[in-house]
Structures are given as C-alpha cells and as structure tokens.
Design a protein around this ligand. Structure first.
Ligand SMILES: *[C@@H]1O[C@H](CO)[C@@H](O)[C@H](O)[C@H]1NC(C)=O
Ligand SMILES: *[C@@H]1O[C@H](CO)[C@@H](O)[C@H](O)[C@H]1NC(C)=O
Ligand SMILES: *[C@@H]1O[C@H](CO)[C@@H](O)[C@H](O)[C@H]1NC(C)=O
Ligand SMILES: *[C@@H]1O[C@H](CO)[C@@H](O)[C@H](O)[C@H]1NC(C)=O
Ligand SMILES: *[C@@H]1O[C@H](CO)[C@@H](O)[C@H](O)[C@H]1NC(C)=O
Length: 643
C-alpha cells in the first residue's frame, strides 16, 4: 500500500511537470506581461491540486478542491494560448513567414488567394492548420504519381463505398459511378467546393461514403513512411537559393493529363479488408500504436470492470483532464469493448496501406484525411429555435440531463455471439441513467450534510458510492432511445427492447428546453455537436471520433468532456445541477454550479461563431485542397507561393 501511495505521488509529480511544461509553452506564446513568477505559482498550485485529486480518487479520501474548478481554470489559459498562436499574422507576408516557421517549407501555390479568402471572411484562425499537416504528412512519403495511381485504383471499383469528385478547369464534378443513395453527400461537398474551385488545380478526390473511417496503417509501416517525408518538412523552403524559378511557382500545367480516366468496366480488385459486424480493435483499432503500448501489450478481459489505470493518463480524479488523450486508444486497451466502432461496426472496409481517402471524422490512430462534413454545412441538424420551440436563457431551462437517439452506434448481430450492444457507449449511457443496479462513485461534499451556503472553495469533497435509485432521486434525467431498436439481429433485438423500452421522440428544436444535453458518437462523428454548442444549453460530450476542428475547442471551457467509460457522468451532473436529498440516510445539499455551467454554455456558443462557421469550413477545405494539389503535383518540390 505504501508503495502504491509512493507511485501515485510520483505520478502526481510527473503531472506537475507536464502542467509546468504546458504553462511554459503558454508563456512563450503569450503576452509578455504574464510574469514568470505568477506562472510558477500557478503551476505549483495546479500541480498540488492534481496530486491531491489523484490520491483522493484512489483512496476515497478527501480532496480540498473540486477537480472541475481546477480544470476550468486550466482550460481558460489553454484556450488563450491556442487562440493567440492560431492567429499571429497580421499580413500576407507575416502569414508566409509563420507558415515557413511552422511547417518548414513554402506555402502552397495560390496561398495569397487563400489568405485573402480567409481574411475577407474574418477567419479567427490563420496560422494553425496543424490538423492538415498531421493528416497529409505521411503522403509526402509517396510519389505524386503513386498517390494518383492509388486514387484511380480505389475509385475504379464502385464497391469500395467511395465517391469521386473531379476538379477540371476550375469546376467540380461528381464521378458518374457513384451509387445514387450517397449522391447527396457529394452534392453537399460540391456546395462547399463551389466557393473556391476556380482557384483549385485539376485533380481527382476520393471521399468516404461511410460514417466509419477507412485507413489504418500499422505502426512500423507508418514510422517508415514518416522517416521519408522530407518534402513535407524541409523541401522548397530555401527560397533564397538561386534556382528558384519564380515563373514556376504555380501548379504544373496540364495536370489534367496526369489523372487516369476511369475504366469502361469497373474493376473488382480492392485494397480494403471487409470486417463489418466484427470486433475491429485488435486487427485495426490499435495497430497504429507503438508495440510497447498498453493497447498492443494487454488485452483487457474484464468487460464489466472499470479499468482505472486505462483512464488515469488523461484524468484528474474521475474527470477528463486531457480531451485529446481521452480518445487515444494506445493507453486504453479496454476501449476494445467500449465502443460500437470497435465492437461491431455497421460498415467496415479498411485499408492497411496508406491510401488517399477523405473522411468526415476518424478515430485516433486512423489515417483518413479529415474534411469538414457537408452534414453541418447543409444544415442536416440545425440550431433553429422557433417561437413555439424557443431557446430560453441558460438559467431558465429545465435542469434535466437530456438525450434522444437510436441504437445506431454499431451492429449487435445476435449471432454467432450476442450482447455486443452492452458495450456500446449509447447503450451504456441509457442503461447507466435508467437501469443501473450497482453503486457508482459520486464526488459529493464532505461531510454530506454541509451547510448549503458554504462556498465551494471552502469545501471538501469525497467520492461516495451511491446507489442508482438514490442518484435517480437526486438528479433529473431524461435519456432514452427512440424508435425501433435498429442495427440488431437474433435475440439482440428483443433483449434490447426489454432492457430499454422506448422513450418519446422529440422534435430536434425541443432540445433547447433542457439545460444539459449529451452528445455521443453514432457510427461515426455526431452531427448534433455543432447545433448543441450554438444553443444556450450546456453540452456534455463523449467521443472517440475526431473531426477537422479538433483543437479549436477547449474542453471545460466550450463543452464538458465525459470519459468513454462514463464513470464520471454522475459526478459531473452533480457538480453542475447540484444535489438535494438523502444519501446513506443523511441529507445532502449541494448547490448547483450555475455560474460555471452558464459560463461554459456561453463561451462555447460564442466561440463556435468564430471558428466553426460555414465560412470556417470553406477556409479549412480550401487550404486543405491547395496542399493536396501540391502533394499530387509532379513538381511539388519546386512549386509554392513565393510572395
Ligand atoms: C476579398 O474581398 C475583396 C473586396 O471585396 C474582393 O475584391 C476579393 O475578390 C475577395 N477575395 C477573395 C479571394 O474572396
Ligand atoms: C521515399 O519517397 C520517395 C517519393 O517521394 C520514393 O521515390 C522513395 O522510394 C521513398 N523511399 C523509401 C525508402 O521508401
Ligand atoms: C494531451 O495529450 C496529448 C497526447 O495525447 C499531448 O500531446 C498533450 O501535450 C497533452 N496536453 C496536455 C495539456 O497535457
Ligand atoms: C423537466 O423535464 C423533465 C424530463 O423531461 C420532465 O419530467 C419535467 O416535468 C420537466 N420540468 C418542468 C418544470 O417542465
Ligand atoms: C429501464 O429503464 C426504463 C426507463 O425507466 C424502463 O422503461 C425499462 O423498463 C427499464 N428496463 C428494465 C429491464 O428494468
């Protein structure tokens, strides 16, 4: 036990140093008046909270501050440093300089037009397009001809669930071999592209028609590729050399000729391995992780036990402290049994070779190229309150945790084995809230009957095992499946019907009545997240899938993150909604953190109007395709914007 304690303390210290590194980075990129001394004090304070909070969760001992207070504080500084470095440039020449500093090469051709496009639309992000860099970097290891050949190869077989778009002479067109049911998706993409196709070079693009991501390159292969991406990191940045041909800085002429025509007869060979309705974690989900990682070493067999060691790396006590890391499968072998995408996806056709596929979202470890989905661009789920279905202010909403949805995260085929639905996030959430039978640890005031007027700063807190029926009495929830049980077979259909019953379906605009909205993945990313953020409600989000805007939003400032294990749900709700009632025969009274909840709801709403507008989707896509245009150009090491 002593040893264990010691270990935890070491962990605390490691965390302190991580936090201090983060605040150092912050200092570098932030206002000079933030003195080193105040930053040191802040670091130390946060570090101490971290160590104490960690200990408290392990031993059910007391914690002097609520971890959410600490996380919210930290989120604010994280966001400030993000926003600042994302838009340092005040002019085109500064943007060029920052581009070269960040990515070690010249900006792509027509960068000046992109810059004008972005600034014309008041983009809050000019310099930080690290997601594009991350997604495209491995492709610098392939020759332009190979990328074009792969494009042809995977589009020529219509059975691949891919759709092609051709850009020629500044116009975009959908390939004729696209299956009609999925045309809307490509039409939506055209809606976005048409704003800027006149400036794009000729090329063919491959879009994933499934929600699930498609490209999983094994770790060792990826390392090999990454070691051969010098073009992506260094080439063509030495613009001072005499050989720079200014006339030759634009895309090559006659690129049209370099893209092979589709064959008359579709091909049948495929690069994609089919594995729908089957577990995918072992053979695909974790193969991008280092061989030494927990995901590759361990198999987590205890399906019903909570793997606290899997969560520790991204948690502060029970709560998510690093949203990015919380979806990284490499330290979380238990995720194999905790998400529909890993348990039994509806559509799974995945390549282990690096092939160029543009997808709406991807699980970490996958190598799809992310682009802004037409789902939100085309208002498929839209925030649009009406006089009959208004969006009241945060404080006047119904303080209920609310969710409606379908059993569409994965498929529970019922045969040859049954019950895979029990691991899926959506099903676990509905079960946790309505049908739980075990006690859950909830962070409550200590002692339980603390006077309600004691401010939370003077409080102490303790994790308290609490039964489901008590929790149901303490907090208001309305979390239900609607419609028929879908994506099931055999006994998995009636079993789920019996377990969940049915909730009442609601109009999408009815969501705004509720103070706390849950957002969860479906078969891929959730299209509701953006409209939820635009509302006055507070959004609780848990997700494996990550989209183009990853990094722009900060957890605990713009939304409330939940762990995929969901062991934090009740504590998070207790913090924001407060609790009043009996626990273990003692009355407990904890005021809601109304101000904090309202602040996150408001910050999220305001920030998405700056960085997730339709204009921002266009700006991201435009820049992505200029980069892709260069990558697929035979003269890619020579071309680029010189200024
Ligand atoms: C930016 O706005 C100016 C002034 O309205 C306009 O002339 C120019 O064409 C715009 N450029 C782009 C790329 O949108
Ligand atoms: C590195 O990439 C280039 C194309 O950019 C290719 O010609 C070469 O064969 C690659 N080398 C290795 C070792 O993969
Ligand atoms: C969060 O985790 C990611 C890796 O998953 C890491 O790169 C990043 O530095 C972490 N952020 C903080 C603030 O610790
Ligand atoms: C709040 O919502 C819950 C769940 O839908 C409902 O049962 C309750 O009646 C609502 N309360 C008010 C005051 O409308
Ligand atoms: C689970 O909870 C829901 C909602 O309260 C209820 O309709 C359903 O019957 C419960 N399932 C079981 C098996 O008790």
């Amino acid at each position: 036990m002593v040893l264990f304690n010691l270990l935890l303390c070491v962990l605390g210290v490691v965390l302190i140093s991580i936090v201090s590194k983060a605040s150092e980075a912050l200092k570098r990129g932030s206002r000079p008046e933030r003195s080193a001394a105040s930053s040191f004090v802040m670091t130390l304070t946060i570090g101490l909270y971290v160590a104490r909070a960690l200990l408290a969760y392990q031993h059910k001992s007391l914690v002097g501050y609520h971890p959410i207070d600490v996380l919210m504080l930290d989120a604010r500084t994280q966001h400030e440093s993000f926003a600042k470095q994302a838009h340092l440039s005040k002019s085109l020449s500064e943007a060029v300089r920052h581009y070269q500093g960040r990515y070690n090469r010249r900006p792509p051709p027509r960068f000046d037009i992109w810059y004008q496009y972005a600034t014309n639309r008041s983009s809050a992000v000019i310099d930080d397009f690290d997601n594009i860099q991350e997604d495209l970097l491995p492709f610098w290891a392939m020759s332009p001809a190979d990328i074009r050949q792969d494009t042809w190869d995977i589009l020529a077989n219509p059975g691949n669930d891919l759709g092609g778009i051709a850009i020629r002479n500044g116009r975009a067109e959908i390939f004729s071999n696209v299956v009609p049911t999925h045309r809307w998706m490509l039409e939506g993409i055209l809606d976005i592209l048409n704003h800027f196709t006149e400036w794009l070079p000729d090329m063919d693009l491959v879009f994933n028609l499934n929600d699930e991501c498609r490209v999983a390159v094994p770790f060792n292969e990826m390392q090999k590729l990454l070691s051969n991406t010098s073009g992506g990191r260094y080439a063509s940045s030495d613009t001072g050399s005499t050989s720079v041909k200014r006339a030759g800085t634009d895309f090559s002429y006659e690129r049209d000729q370099t893209w092979q025509k589709m064959p008359e007869e579709p091909t049948t060979s495929t690069r994609f391995l089919a594995n729908s309705f089957n577990p995918t974690f072992a053979d695909f989900g974790r193969i991008g992780c280092p061989p030494s990682s927990a995901a590759r070493r361990d198999t987590f067999w205890h399906r019903t036990a909570l793997c606290t060691s899997c969560a520790r790396q991204h948690s502060l006590g029970q709560f998510v402290s690093n949203w990015t890391a919380s979806a990284d499968p490499c330290h979380q072998p238990d995720l194999a049994n905790l998400h529909g995408f890993y348990l039994s996806p509806a559509a799974f056709h995945t390549s282990k070779d690096l092939v160029p596929v543009f997808s709406q979202s991807r699980a970490p470890g996958y190598n799809d190229i992310r682009y802004p989905s037409a789902w939100n661009y085309r208002d498929k789920s839209v925030y649009s309150p009406t006089p009959e279905r208004p969006d009241p202010s945060f404080s006047s909403k119904n303080a209920t945790l609310f969710w409606r949805g379908a059993t569409s995260e994965g498929v529970s085929p019922g045969w040859p084995c049954h019950g895979s639905w029990k691991g899926m996030v959506r099903q676990r959430m509905v079960h946790l809230v309505n049908n739980d039978t075990v006690k859950r640890d909830v962070l409550l005031p200590y002692p339980l009957d603390t006077s309600p007027d004691l401010p939370s700063r003077g409080r102490r807190w303790q994790y308290h095992p609490t039964s489901a029926s008590t929790l149901g009495d303490l907090m208001s929830t309305d979390v239900r499946f609607v419609g028929d049980i879908v994506r099931c077979g055999g006994r998995d259909c009636p079993d789920q019907e019996k377990e969940f019953g049915f909730g009442q379906a609601v109009d999408f605009q009815d969501h705004w009545r509720y103070k706390y909205l849950i957002d969860m993945d479906g078969a891929g990313f959730s299209g509701r997240f953006l409209p939820f953020l635009q509302s006055n409600s507070l959004v609780f989000k848990t997700a494996l899938f990550r989209e183009w805007y990853e990094g722009r939003l900060t957890a605990w400032l713009h939304f409330v993150p939940l762990d995929l294990r969901l062991h934090d749900v009740w504590s998070v709700l207790a913090y924001f909604a407060g609790v009043k009632g009996e626990v273990d025969g003692r009355s407990v009274s904890m005021e809601p953190h109304e101000k904090e909840g309202g602040h996150i709801a408001q910050s999220g709403r305001e920030w998405v109007e700056k960085v997730m507008r339709k204009e921002d989707m266009e700006i991201y896509f435009f820049r992505l395709l200029l980069e892709w245009g260069r990558l697929t150009d035979d003269r890619r090491d020579d071309i680029g914007y010189v200024g």
